[in-house]
Design a protein around this ligand. Sequence first.
Ligand SMILES: [Zn+2]
Length: 308
Amino acid sequence: MRSLFFFALIWFGFSAFANAQDNAKLQVGGATIDVSLDPAPPAALRKLVLNWIATAARAVSIYYTKFPVSHVDIAVNFHEGEGVGSGRAFGWKHAHISISVGQSTTAADLTDDWMITHEMVHLAFPSVADSHHWIEEGLATYVEPVARARAGDLLPQKVWGDMFDAMAQGLPKAGDRGLDFTHTWGRTYWGGALFCLLADIEIRKRTGNRLGLEEAMRGILKAGGSIEVEWPLERVLQIADQAVGVRVLEELYDRMKAAPVSPDLHQLWKDLGVDRQGGKVVFDDSAPLASIRKAITASVASGSAFRN
Ligand SMILES: [Zn+2]
């Protein structure tokens, strides 16, 4: 997410917050994560925030097999109130993330938060021209819950239920053009996420469900791609396709970049075996793409994975 403003920092009156900035260093997925906490929070909140960052970094590291960059600075600014806001990822000069956390934020708020994981996914994709912003946001929107499910931090029911509810926002509306030409919020975040879901399914179809979007994205990191470099999108997609040996991303991009492609989502959910009945997410494991749906969100974490 790229937000346009930061919350005002109001720390006067919060005696538990010290004036000075606090720093911490985390090692996750082969990366050094330098966290600055401003102003220095009380010990209990400090612990929660560092655990929240480490948990997200671990999920992203599982998806990509390592953290996307070897070093990142994360600036946490505390605002008055509760919850997480104003996340942004930057590649300019070096990878860094800024994010705002409410001083009254609870452990449950941080467990529910998607934003820090979303920003970390941004670190794994090269900076591309503005017209392709949809792939940056779409990938972060799609991979964030999938990576957390792979890590055992989200239930598949939650991931697929949210996609079932939200994905239609990515469909082209009357007068919309292809993804490179219509830059509304819906087409950018959910149009991009739909592109990623379609690519994930197609890679799995063509590889007998052996490989998916994650292996394609790992190929980009292996080739030296990250938010710290600026590459043409065509080059990024070619490298990703080569990593899985099927030309799915390039073909899908050719289809969707200029034309308003509108897949039948009703049929897609049916094929994946995802439905919502009375507010509850229901899976149909006899659906033709059920094994692909299961593979996308299967937890790979050791032990009894789900923690929430
Ligand atoms: Zn974003």
